[in-house]
Write a protein that binds this ligand. Structure first.
Ligand SMILES: [Zn+2]
Length: 202
C-alpha cells in the first residue's frame, strides 16, 4: 500500500528527481507546497512553466536567455575578440558578478565525463567550433572549465583541435585549487586566476 495518495506521491517523486534533492527533502518540499495557499502554489507552478516556455538557448553563446541573442552577446561594449568557455550558466553569473571580464562567453552545458557517459558530442563543442569559424574576430578562447580531471581533459581537447587555427587557447591560472568549481570560487581568486591565465601547451 502506498504511503501517500497518488498525487502526493507523484509530487514527491518529481521533486526527488531534481539534482541535490534526496527523498527526505522531496517529502519536506512536497508538504511545504501542500501547505501553501492555492494562489501561491499556482504562482510557483506558473513560474516553472513560464521560465521553461520563455527561456531559450542563445544561438551564439548557448547560455539560457529570454531574448536571442542574449544581452551579453548583443552588448556593443563587450570585447568580441575573447570567448570564455564555461561549463554551466551558473559560471557565467560568477564571472559577471566579478565585474572584471568584458569579453563574451560560451556555455558547454556540461563537460566531457566518461564516467557519467557524457561525451564530447553531448556538450556544445560543435557550436563553439562553428562560432569560431564564422567569427574571425575571436582571437582568444579562455578555457574556464572547472579544475577537475574532466574539466582539464575538455580544455586540452579544445586546445588540440584549435591549435592549427592560430586562435590562442588559455587556461585560468593555477591559483584555483584542483577539484574546485568555478561557481564556488571567490571573486578575488577568480579575478587573479583570470589575470594570470596561461597558454595551454599541447
Ligand atoms: Zn549569448
Amino acid at each position: 500500500m502506498a504511503r501517500y495518495s497518488p498525487s502526493v506521491q507523484n509530487l514527491i517523486s518529481k521533486l526527488g528527481s531534481l539534482p541535490g534533492i534526496g527523498g527526505k527533502s522531496a517529502q519536506r518540499l512536497a508538504f511545504h507546497i501542500l501547505s501553501m495557499s492555492d494562489e501561491d502554489a499556482n504562482s510557483l507552478a506558473e513560474a516553472i512553466k513560464d521560465a521553461h516556455k520563455l527561456t531559450v538557448r542563445c544561438s551564439s553563446c548557448q547560455n539560457f536567455t529570454d531574448s536571442d541573442p542574449c544581452p551579453i552577446c548583443s552588448d556593443p561594449l563587450r570585447d568580441k575578440s575573447t570567448v570564455c568557455v564555461v561549463e554551466s550558466p551558473r559560471d557565467v553569473s560568477t564571472f559577471e558578478r566579478m565585474h572584471e571580464y568584458k569579453g563574451l562567453y560560451h556555455v558547454l552545458h556540461g563537460v566531457y565525463n566518461p564516467v557519467s557517459g557524457k561525451s564530447m558530442n553531448d556538450i556544445t563543442l560543435s557550436q563553439l567550433f562553428d562560432r569560431l569559424s564564422r567569427h574571425p574576430e575571436i582571437k582568444e578562447v579562455i578555457m574556464a572549465t572547472n579544475q577537475t580531471a574532466e574539466g582539464n581533459a575538455t580544455a586540452l581537447y579544445v586546445s588540440r583541435l584549435l591549435s592549427p587555427s592560430g586562435i590562442k587557447v588559455t587556461r585560468l591560472a593555477s591559483g584555483l585549487p584542483m577539484g574546485s568549481d568555478i561557481e564556488f570560487t571567490d571573486d578575488l581568486t577568480l579575478a587573479s586566476a583570470l589575470k594570470g591565465r596561461v597558454n595551454i601547451t599541447t
